[in-house]
Design a protein around this ligand. Structure first.
Ligand SMILES: [Zn+2]
Length: 386
């Protein structure tokens, strides 16, 4: 063992055990946690004292690094269908601009204390940045194919991107985009493959009332979106149920599945879903919800219905956020829902995300043997210690 470092702080949050004061976190030079001991057990002259909350590095379970160059490009609060239209119409840009924006976003996340990211990608553009990053990325290759006839083609495309990821030594899985952009057949194939390989998958879910209207009645903005794109969706039969209730039967029950956004979800939706699928995880991206839809999920109500340990946080992309900072997501949750405290939300931002991504042997808590990154929160500023 090399040189040790000894940190004390106003409060230390191991996350897996209750927060403590008057303790010292013993850490190897490379950031591996050695121990957490009462302060009287350590020679006081060796201890670096920090003011604030000492926590493990953040896990961002939902991001789109590929869209980083769209920062500040779109007007806020115009609704999701309009937002999607703009992303499709305006995401093309010079390769160098895209690469530089991703590089900057990656450094920004590192500085904001993020150690691991579940990152949605539609092409290979982000792979080089990820291969060179200090952040651990799990790439989620996102598939869209609403017409059932396009299922095989979408799977083939996704698996060829997965192959490229694995050649670069990067971890990845395939994920469906959203209820209104994948067929039940594609959903079944994607989640069966993820269940087989034991990797996480995710889907944008229950983002707007337009989504519900489309599934219940087959009408509204999504119907128009397809019409405007010149796509024939006569095969689509509205189910009379919400998007989540409609699609749950097609999700492989063993696939670790992150439902992203849940903006309009109710506690009843959660209870019903959890009864049918034992491996659901729930991601909130509050700043992006405010940016796009100008509303937030009823987080305290949903929290009571979601099983312990299954909530995570995500930043979404810079197309719909002013920064990529899990800390900023926590702050908005605490501001808007004062009944919630830092200790309630901290597991969402660290341990739960690490478990969902399958990297909790290294990340997510200040436990012996892990190298989770160490972050100091003080008076709403954030500082990366290791
Ligand atoms: Zn997203």
């Amino acid at each position: 063992m090399g040189t040790m470092r000894y940190f004390s702080a106003s409060t230390i949050h191991p996350v897996t055990t209750p927060a403590v004061s008057h303790h010292v976190l013993v850490v190897e030079e490379d950031g591996t946690i050695v121990d957490l001991v009462p302060e009287q057990e350590v020679d006081a002259t060796k201890v670096e004292h920090l003011e604030g909350d000492l926590i493990p590095g953040f896990i961002n379970t939902h991001c789109h690094l590929e869209l980083s160059h769209l920062k500040g490009r779109f007007e806020e609060k115009t609704g999701l269908p309009d937002f999607l239209n703009k992303v499709v119409a305006q995401r093309a840009a010079a390769a160098q601009e895209v690469q530089e924006a991703m590089q900057t976003a990656d450094s920004e996340m590192w500085d904001n204390g993020i150690v691991a990211v579940g990152d949605i990608c539609n092409k290979y553009d982000s792979f080089a940045v990820k291969a060179g990053s200090r952040i651990h990325y799990h790439s989620m290759v996102e598939l869209l194919a609403f017409h059932p006839e396009r299922t095989a083609g979408a799977m083939e495309q996704g698996n060829s991107l997965l192959q490229q990821l694995s050649e670069l030594g990067l971890s990845g899985s395939i994920v469906p985009h959203a209820p209104y952009s994948v067929s039940p057949a594609l959903l079944e194939q994607i989640t069966a493959q993820c269940a087989d390989s034991g990797v996480p998958t995710s889907i944008h879910m229950m983002e707007s009332n337009d989504e519900t209207e489309f599934f219940v009645q087959g009408t509204g903005l999504y119907r128009r979106l397809y019409h405007n794109m010149g796509m024939d969706i006569d095969f689509f039969e509205p189910s009379g149920k919400t998007s989540l209730a409609t699609l749950l039967p097609f999700l492989h029950p063993k696939a670790r599945t992150l439902l992203v956004h849940n903006t309009i979800a109710t506690a009843a939706d959660v209870v019903h879903a959890v009864e049918q699928h034992a491996n659901l995880w729930w991601c909130f991206c509050p700043n992006a919800n405010l940016y796009i839809e100008d509303r937030l999920p009823d987080i305290p109500q949903l929290m009571r219905a979601i099983p312990e340990g299954r909530i995570t946080l995500g930043t979404d992309s810079l197309a719909s956020n002013h920064q990529l900072s899990v800390w900023s997501e926590i702050q908005i949750v605490l501001q808007r829902f004062p009944e919630l405290k830092l200790v309630d939300v901290l597991p969402w931002a660290t341990l739960n995300g690490a478990r969902y991504l399958g990297i909790d042997h290294l990340f997510g808590s200040l436990e012996k043997g892990k190298r989770p990154g160490i972050v100091l929160l003080s008076e709403s500023t954030i500082q990366r210690i290791i």
